[in-house]
Design a protein around this ligand. Structure first.
Ligand SMILES: [Zn+2]
Length: 213
């Protein structure tokens, strides 16, 4: 016969064991979930550690990918392993390393879009860029090749103004030898497809307008 006392003790132990088992299972489930949604050690940020910059980031700071690729974010979307900032820096690096390739392809795409001839070789473009001054021949501002990093996101505008730009002197002639000049992006944007006379007229108009004020 088992005494009442012993039975009580036994039941108590059983209950405790059950509690331990439950808490163990719960913690297991929690850690599994943690892994799945990638919470940080504090369990606060629903994101993950970017292995490239070693920073804990929210999942929205990673580019969304099509399903089946990338890692799964808390809202069920698939995300790129690199954070957006690291992605941009990597793209800028690639651009710096192979800016000619990018410029050449960009010009070819633009020619197709505008329906103008494209008859230059990559070697010609390399020569043109190599022989160009380090300042915009219009404004005298120093060219900036690329200074786009996470830190100077705010300077995006000015970096674009001072960046190297390939201008077709007579737009409709297209990308042919002798019809190209390297100017700053700002100068190129002002010119677009206007003639020198038209550009002067625009300048004079605003000069007058601002004098009246
Ligand atoms: Zn990163």
């Amino acid at each position: 016969m088992i005494s009442k006392e012993k039975k009580k003790e036994y039941n108590k132990k059983l209950k405790e064991l059950h509690k331990i088992k439950l808490s163990f299972e719960e913690s297991k489930k929690k850690s599994k979930e943690k892994k799945r949604i990638g919470t940080n050690a504090l369990g606060k940020t629903p994101g993950r550690l970017c292995k490239y910059c070693n920073e804990q980031k929210h999942f929205k700071e990673f580019r969304e990918l099509q399903k089946g690729r990338g890692w799964k974010a808390q809202n069920g979307s698939a995300r790129y392993p690199q954070c957006l900032v690291c992605e941009r820096i990597a793209a800028a690096k690639r651009y710096r390393l192979n800016g000619i390739h990018q410029k050449y392809n960009g010009a070819r795409t633009n020619a197709k879009k505008k329906g103008v001839p494209f008859e230059i070789s990559k070697e010609y473009l390399i020569q043109l860029l190599a022989n160009a001054p380090d300042k915009c021949p219009v404004f005298g501002t120093k060219f900036v090749i690329n200074r786009y990093t996470a830190k100077n996101k705010e300077n995006k505008g000015s970096f674009r103004d001072d960046s190297v730009s390939l201008d077709r002197i007579i737009p409709e002639l297209g990308y042919v030898e002798g019809n190209l000049v390297i100017v700053s992006d700002l100068a190129n944007r002002i010119k677009t497809n206007a003639t020198p006379e038209q550009i002067i007229k625009v300048g004079e108009f605003y000069k007058k307008l601002l004098k009246k004020k």
